[in-house]
Design a protein around this ligand. Structure first.
Ligand code: SF4
Length: 419
């Protein structure tokens, strides 16, 4: 999401203010840090990074801070780093063309509604494109700062989404990534008065775009994975067979403390149904270990879900307390050493599954969309189920979907040859 916001910032500045990107920060007239605030570490890094940029930048160059930490800290950023020229929140990206010229501007309104704003399209011809389908989040997960930085959930009208994807397809895009905090809650509320809709309907509409060959999306919420959605995912040939299902915890009690809205049994039922209906599916997840109320038994429930689902990829984190969140006041029931040991156990178990699953691809034929030239005469791309595949080849493969026979594997990537 932040990458797409950065792209929107660049396109808006190019279209309305004649800025062009440079690879050399010392030469830039404007330097923007687009921040994340989901965990504490990137926030701590922001101020040291700002100090370094301020020392190295050319005289007169402006500095802007955008994104979720901008929403969260607002004016505080200019108080702590007075050389920062403007602060622009994650929900205010379209205002970049205004704040860039106002020294000291702070635009961080999390209720600002830019769901019907048409962002400038990228000028480049890319094989892949991304489209926001909603902004904000209506959930209240007790560990999460996002509702305080990106505001309430509003869906983007489907005609706008389709027209934006169509423009990218006309320039050569074969694949789209649909983005939202809870993509499968799509269609509950539009600010332009559009009638309620659903994510499944949007998937059906997007798959009618001629020339578009692949559809990906992230992140769906386990709570909203109804049968209709799972069946569409399984049978629609344009929908890529990789899915992110954020578990967070395998314990029904901890899930309740996190206010996630589903149980261990519901999660298992959904994930295993997807595995059953879609044989080659890759499933990734997010896991937070050591949520303050997580006992040893709760942790074993998480390990049990990992064992049963065998995730292809896990983004695992130790719980990180965040300001404004309900979990901030909870006292952890385990020591920090125990928290680290639990994280280690998740990593170890996942490594075993990851290797088993990736090596099982040897000998298979996969369709790969090639998009990046690599050194040593190699080129890489992603399979339908989202594994990076390397083959010997050159630029004539760029932007093509080609059958590849898998001949080798490492823990996270595959090697193959064109067939
Ligand atoms: S669903 Fe929960 S974890 Fe995801 S962005 Fe919303 S509040 Fe945060």
């Amino acid at each position: 999401m932040n990458s797409l916001d950065s792209e929107h910032l660049m396109n808006e500045l190019r279209l309305h203010k004649d800025y062009i990107p440079t690879d050399n920060a010392d030469d830039a007239d404007l330097i923007i840090i687009n921040t994340c605030s989901v965990r504490e570490k990137p926030v701590q890094k922001l101020f040291s990074e700002l100090g370094s940029i301020n020392k190295a930048k050319k005289a007169g160059a402006k500095i802007g801070v955008c994104g979720c930490t901008a929403s969260h800290l607002g004016q505080e950023i200019i108080k702590r780093a007075p050389y920062v020229d403007f602060v622009l929140g994650a929900r205010n990206v379209s205002k970049i063309k205004d704040v860039v010229d106002i020294k000291g501007a702070v635009e961080v309104d999390i209720n600002y509604d830019e769901s019907t704003y048409t962002f400038g399209n990228s000028e480049q011809s890319l094989y892949k494109t991304s489209a926001n389908i909603s902004i904000g989040c209506d959930k209240e997960c007790t560990y999460c700062i996002v509702p305080f930085t990106r505001g309430d959930e509003v869906s983007i009208p489907s005609e706008m989404i389709i027209s934006q994807i169509q423009k990218a397809v006309d320039k050569g895009a074969l694949e789209v990534m649909l983005l939202g905090q809870n993509v499968n809650n799509y269609g509950k509320r539009f600010s332009d008065g559009s009638a309620k809709s659903s994510f499944t309907k949007l998937l059906q509409d997007v798959s009618k775009i001629e020339g578009l060959q692949r559809i990906r999306f992230t992140s769906p919420h386990p709570l909203h994975m109804d049968d209709e959605f799972i069946e569409e995912f399984a049978k629609n040939p344009k929908i890529c067979k990789s899915i992110h299902i954020p578990l967070q915890s395998g314990s029904t009690k901890v899930l309740k403390d996190m206010k996630r809205g589903y149980t261990k049994e519901w999660f298992l039922n959904r994930a295993l149904k997807i595995r059953e209906l879609v044989p080659d599916v890759r499933i990734s997840t997010d896991i937070i270990v050591a949520f303050p109320t997580e006992t040893h038994e709760d942790f074993l429930d998480t390990m049990d879900v990992i064992e049963q689902v065998k995730f292809d990829q896990i983004f695992n984190f130790k719980y990180s307390p965040r300001p404004n969140t309900a979990a901030l006041d909870l006292t952890p029931v385990m020591s920090d050493e125990e928290a680290s040991a639990r994280l280690e156990k998740v990593i170890e178990l996942h490594k075993i599954h990851q290797e088993e699953l990736v090596y099982a691809n040897k000998g298979k034929i996969m369709k790969v969309l090639f998009d990046e030239l690599k050194p040593n005469g190699e080129i890489s791309g992603f399979s339908d189920n989202y594994i990076q595949v390397f083959v010997k080849g050159s630029e004539e493969l760029l932007g093509k979907i080609v059958d590849v026979k898998i001949t080798g594997a490492s823990r996270t990537t595959l090697k193959g040859e064109i067939v």
